[in-house]
Design a protein around this ligand. Sequence first.
Ligand code: AQP
Length: 349
Amino acid sequence: MQRAKTKTKTRVFSGVQPTGNLHLGNYLGAITKFVALQAEHDCLYCVVDLHAITVFQDPDELAKNTREVTAAFIASGIDPGRHIVFNQSQVSGHAELAWIFNCVARIGWLNRMTQFKEKAGKDRENASAGLYVYPNLMAADILLYHATHVPVGEDQKQHLELARDIAQKFNNDFAKTIAREGYEGGFFPLPEPLITGPATRVMNLRDGTRKMSKSDESDMTRINLTDDADAIAKKIRKAKTDPEPLPSEAKGLETRPEADNLVGIFAGLAETSKEAVLRDFGGSPFSKFKEALAELAAAKLNPIGEEMRRLMADPVEIDRILDDGARRAHAIADPILAKTKDIVGFIRS
Ligand code: AQP
């Protein structure tokens, strides 16, 4: 049945860039959500290598990092048998639909994207054209599968809003042919962002006003999924804080970004709320809280890091999983792309 001729079935899509240094922000902001959503939805989880090359990547590193993200997905609990795990460049529909969306999205919309401004920095003239149209490719990633729900960290909210604008404009621009093809209520669904929990924006350990990031030069600013217990303890011990003890209520975190970040990380790892963490640690000095946080982080992350290393030792098996995922992703994407081409007016055999 065609999508809009019946009620839309929920489908989850999200991606992670293979740009190295997978960190606690990626884990709490995205990957833990991916895992939880498997119980109730059909999910596609993509290693978005086309996005990664918007900034130059060493080819050998790119291949290694693609396998590493795949290993992180599986080690964290994503089941590639029940759901689809693949790398973006193996399904050419992403790039084809992105081109169509390049012609739907407006330059004024892209000019408002804060991530481009942050990543291009002062040397904007020298940024790749791909970095500029990155959000159009992200819209294509989601809409190529008629995905309805997209779990992401807070930093991707603006891109999700753009994806909805693109879907809406496509549905309006091509309303006549969409109706002729028998779709009611538009061809592309408007995807919903899923940005939930206490750690949707994990911050840099040395500066609570900047987000934890793969590309930060200093490794001390982030906790990597592959860090061992000693490295985690050292990074948390040295994390920036303030001289006050922890407050007893979440309101007391509002003007204390570093304290807020560490409490949010604890809550995310413990799968509880910031309020619950403060019930246990309100009034405690940071030294005591940091010790408990380091222990919790190591207990959660070390088994994942170990499993990642085990999986990475067998790259042939990882490539087989990606290949199988790509085949299954094609089976969903190809008819949707074909119908998109009909709607736009492209002749196809
Ligand atoms: N600090 C963060 N807190 C919460 N969620 C985060 N995410 C990223 N950083 C944080 C979420 O992780 C998913 C995958 O992100 P990505 O790999 O596509 O790229 P990104 O958002 O650009 O991540 P980085 O780590 O900051 O990379 P660089 O340094 O290359 O820019 C997304 O859902 C994202 O929201």
